[in-house]
Write a protein that binds this ligand. Structure first.
Ligand code: ADP
Ligand code: MG
Length: 385
């Protein structure tokens, strides 16, 4: 319990509790969230923990003091009164933004000390930012003695990231961290915000999930993300629909004259479809054959992200290719693109071969060695001490 130890060390007393919020991997549905479509994330065993206690003393009543084991040089103390977007920069903007969003929603946040620790790689597309927000949100609401429905907490944590930190993400990451269940993936309809739990237990079918952090982060990512969003909006406008979610017949996409917009829309429409296909496979048999089929859909999605949506990156393409050649059932890049992680599904027996193939491919190209993470569908954010 390293967050507990960090709290003791930094604040000189015991925390009142420790809260854990998981990162996530998205099984299917990439760049579909802001198109009102479907996504299918699952929570990881890895996450962010927050050890916290109400600050003692009258002077501390309205101060939020934050430290993180991953940011050893910066402890940050902010005044809860008059918090506003733009005031806090760097990593502390995520937890401070949660306090701001809670107060904006009408909840009074007590002055508090919060110590953060994490076993999630940062910036690897596994949503350490949402995990940080959600762990903080649970900690602060528990200290305040209020219980907020998870769906509302998703909105609050997302507001922290969108409006306080200023990152225009969709609703998937916070939903996954707060609403997933162990042994399940979360089907999220980003238009209605309805969720459903879909049984997802690859181990029971002799399959294994593998995450590869390619450790690459290409500078393009922020600008290109905004550009893709704009292209999707333009494609929807030209097709006369409120969002690409409304296009259910892939042939409709061919009405777009612009070849770039046509490719972007084709990816979104096909990926929405693939989410529903994966859900059907998981709900029907979920046997070896079903997982083989899900693997094929993963690889199809990767090709679509690479060729039609053009958000993949060389390390991801090489990892996917190496893993497929080594016997993986399927693999694809996950996250926004231009860096981050790859998710693979492989027969359990070939896991070592698949891993070694990626290591060898990266070594041949003299790339930074990849990091491998296990991925088992885990529970949503919760109190752990
Ligand atoms: P991802 O969510 O894919 O990991 P982001 O760029 O969205 O990548 O979020 C990463 C940011 O979240 C980091 O730059 C940092 O500001 C913050 N963050 C995540 N985990 C921690 C942590 N353990 N301690 C401090 N800041 C963290
Ligand atoms: Mg993030």
């Amino acid at each position: 319990m390293r967050a507990w130890a960090l709290f003791l060390e930094r604040f000189g007393g015991e925390p009142e509790g420790v809260w854990l919020a998981p990162g996530r991997a998205n099984l299917m549905g990439e760049h579909t969230d802001y198109n009102d479509g479907f996504v299918l994330p699952f929570a990881l065993g890895q996450g962010v923990t927050a050890a916290a206690a109400v600050a003692s003393g009258a002077l501390a009543a309205r101060r939020l003091t934050l430290c993180s084991r991953q940011e050893p040089d910066t402890a940050v103390s902010v005044d809860l009164d008059g918090l506003a977007p733009g005031q806090v920069t760097g990593w502390a903007a995520y937890p401070a933004g949660v306090a701001w969003a809670l107060e904006a929603a009408g909840y009074r946040v007590p002055g508090a000390c919060v110590a953060i620790d994490s076993d999630l790689p940062v910036g690897a597309g596994l949503s350490s930012s949402a995990a940080l927000e959600c762990a903080t949100a649970l900690a602060l609401t528990s200290l305040a003695g209020v219980e907020i429905p998870r769906a509302d907490l998703v909105t609050i944590a997302r507001r922290a990231e969108n409006e306080f930190v200023g990152v225009p993400t969709g609703v998937m990451d916070q939903s996954a961290s707060l609403r997933c269940q162990a042994g399940h993936a979360l089907l999220l309809d980003c238009r209605s915000l309805e969720v459903a739990q879909v049984p997802f237990d690859p181990v029971a079918a002799g399959a294994a999930l593998l995450l590869v952090n390619t450790r690459a982060r290409h500078a393009l990512s922020d600008g290109e993300y905004g550009r893709r969003r704009a292209e999707c909006e333009e494609a929807a406008r030209r097709l006369g629909v409120p969002s690409l979610r409304s296009v259910t017949d892939p042939a409709d996409v061919d009405r777009l004259d612009d070849p770039v917009l046509r490719r972007r829309a084709r990816h979104v429409v096909a990926d929405d479809q693939r989410v529903l296909e994966v859900v059907t496979l998981l709900r029907s048999s979920a046997d070896v054959d079903a997982y083989g089929e899900i693997g094929r859909l993963l690889s199809q999605a990767h090709a679509s992200l690479r060729d039609d949506f053009e958000v993949s990156w060389p390390e991801a393409d090489a990892a996917v290719e190496a893993m497929l050649a080594a016997g993986a059932a399927g693999a694809r890049m996950i996250g926004g693109g231009f860096g981050g992680s790859v998710l693979a599904l492989a027969p359990a027996a070939s896991l070592d071969t698949v891993r070694d193939a990626v290591t060898a491919t990266f070594a041949e190209r003299a790339w930074t060695p990849p990091e491998f993470l296990s991925a088992a569908p885990a529970d949503a954010a919760r109190r752990v001490a």
